[in-house]
Design a protein around this ligand. Sequence first.
Ligand SMILES: C[S@@+](CC[C@H](N)C(=O)[O-])C[C@H]1O[C@@H](n2cnc3c(N)ncnc32)[C@H](O)[C@@H]1O
Length: 348
Amino acid sequence: MSKTEVGDSATLKEDLNEHEQHYFTSYDHYGIHEEMLQDTVRTLSYRNAIVQNKDLFKDKVVLDVGCGTGILSMFAAKNGAKHVIGVDMSSIIEMAREIVELNGFSDKITLLRGKLEDVVLPYPKVDIIISEWMGYFLLYESMMDTVLWARDRYLVEGGLIFPDKCSIHLAGIEDSQYKNEKLNYWQNVYGFDYSPFIPLVKKEPLVDTVQHSAVNTTRVKLIEFDLNTITVADLAFKAKFKLQAKNQDFINGLISWFDIEFPAAKGKKPVTFSTGAHAPYTHWKQTVFYLEDDLECEKDEVLEGEIVCNPNKANNRDLDIKIEYEFKAQGLDANQRSRKNQNFYLMH
Ligand SMILES: C[S@@+](CC[C@H](N)C(=O)[O-])C[C@H]1O[C@@H](n2cnc3c(N)ncnc32)[C@H](O)[C@@H]1O
């Protein structure tokens, strides 16, 4: 099989807007793929979901949306797929070509460079779509849009999407020390007042690993998505939450994470994984939204609110997130401790 040159891309990079160019360039370097491949929770979940459902893959045509280095394509080809089509806009697909050839899958895997929305597939329909599209806070990068586009354009009636179920979760955390360090740093930078940075820092959700012991409320499932049925419009969502303090403690922020589930053959347990603080490390870590207030809670007191998430208008791969909350404290000092507020965040 001959090596496709960069010029063979179905999409010319110059035709993409600057945000899209930046997005796809970020996947050109091997480093980001190394990080994803080495995330064993992520990569082995895909492998297990395919291996445990070989019967579903047997003799099927599979589309790998955003194939990167080709790892998911090779899992599918090795486990019975008749043919796999891997599509990626980033130049990493040139490495995928070498790897696919080196591992003896050139006759089973066709790799096409370009945006999925622009390439012409060698099959009119596919039986299965596999894709690793998840971003921070699940929806950052908006790559699910492309998977849904592929579903509507190429998936046969009754076809499967791996994975096909996902959900976003929320809980409260005590994280006073880190929050203060992050904000107070700007008060005095080498003797200068850098406080204009503070509103920017507050606006930015923090992607980091959180100790499970920092979680000090009940947790709530904000929303779930079934990729078989949802539309892109459903990804702009609004969800109410109600969290109950587990102890007397401060709540300084909210932690969010997502869970993933793959389809399974009848009678088989689906493969699932979680990116929560209670689960093993993944490169998605958790996303923390620091609140305007440090809430002083007694055990069982309730923090209620609403989260609104929309793709950013200027760059739809970024997310605008609004969190409104109300903490109604109980007892004699209720007035002093109760708070009602809202925060606006931009994930970019
Ligand atoms: C999160 S990576 C996953 C890579 C690989 N599937 C893996 O699991 O290691 C997503 C890949 O999808 C590609 N991608 C995102 N949107 C795409 C689109 N609309 N068309 C083609 N490729 C796309 C990116 O370039 C990136 O390489």
